[in-house]
Design a protein around this ligand. Structure first.
Ligand code: SF4
Length: 250
């Protein structure tokens, strides 16, 4: 199987700015250093993902141990599904048309599959719908019929001290209707992104509002260097209450 060109994170990056996609792939040395806040955010997301697996106990963890394992894992997950040997798969990899999806949790109910993505947030944002649509596009085009696509996020109304009850900590929300409406867009944007990666030079895109929306881009230092410091985007880390909430989870 050929190596993928786009994953969920690089697709979302392409949607924010095609230049960011290009630089990330071809000029990674220009990237800004990860701030401590960003590093902590990634670690928290990982912890929440593992907690949410407890909602569906007894599954098999197919997380690729390294990027070199991605395509091997795609074939192994396909084998598990084709042979009916697992009803719950964590970190299930799929590939279609050089696009890679690694789904947090895949669950078989009767003869049908339901996809779950876990978000370490207190609600649902547009970007989550978009990345779910990207995953749905790949999973269904690779031959799996999905009955539903759900997001799992932290219930903002649940109050606890110490160790939370897993069943009360999370909320499930179906985003299938929204995801279905975005399928043509996913196809078009994936094509645009793949064409961008074939360019000899980075696309000529001026820095602007896209540099911090929806995420602070990690090429701000490079793209904004000709602008005086007072004109460069100021990156704010909001949601301190939310981070405090997450930190209560041991
Ligand atoms: S800093 Fe702005 S213009 Fe530069 S790659 Fe990032 S989003 Fe694009």
């Amino acid at each position: 199987m050929e190596r993928h060109l786009l994953s969920k994170s690089t697709f979302i990056r392409s949607n924010q700015c095609l230049k960011s996609l290009y630089l990330n792939k071809k000029r990674p040395f220009l990237r800004d250093k990860l701030s401590p806040q960003q590093r902590a955010k990634f670690q928290r997301g990982h912890k929440i993902g593992e907690l949410a697996q407890q909602l569906f106990p007894g599954g098999i963890d197919m997380r690729p141990k390294s990027p070199s394992q991605y395509q091997k894992r795609v074939l192994e997950v396909k084998h598990l599904i084709d042979t009916n040997s697992q009803n719950i798969i964590y970190e299930a990899s799929f590939q279609y048309d050089q696009l890679l999806a690694i789904l947090d949790i895949l669950v078989k109910v009767g003869d049908e599959w339901i996809a779950y993505e876990v978000k370490s947030s207190l609600g649902i944002y547009d970007t989550y719908i978009l990345d779910s649509a990207f995953q749905y596009y790949i999973i269904t085009n690779s031959g799996i019929n999905l009955k539903d696509f759900k997001l799992i996020h932290i219930d903002p109304d649940y109050e606890f001290e110490g160790q939370p009850e897993i069943g009360k900590l999370f909320k499930e929300v179906s985003v299938l209707d929204e995801v279905l409406k975005l399928q043509d867009y996913i196809k078009e944007q994936s094509l645009r992104a793949k064409e961008t990666l074939k360019l000899e030079k980075s696309p000529n895109i001026e820095p602007g509002e896209q540099c911090t929306n929806p995420y602070p881009c990690d090429f701000i230092g490079h793209c904004w260097k000709k602008y005086p410091p007072e004109e460069r985007p100021q990156i704010e880390y909001k949601n301190e209450d939310f981070y405090n909430f997450l930190n209560k989870i041991k």
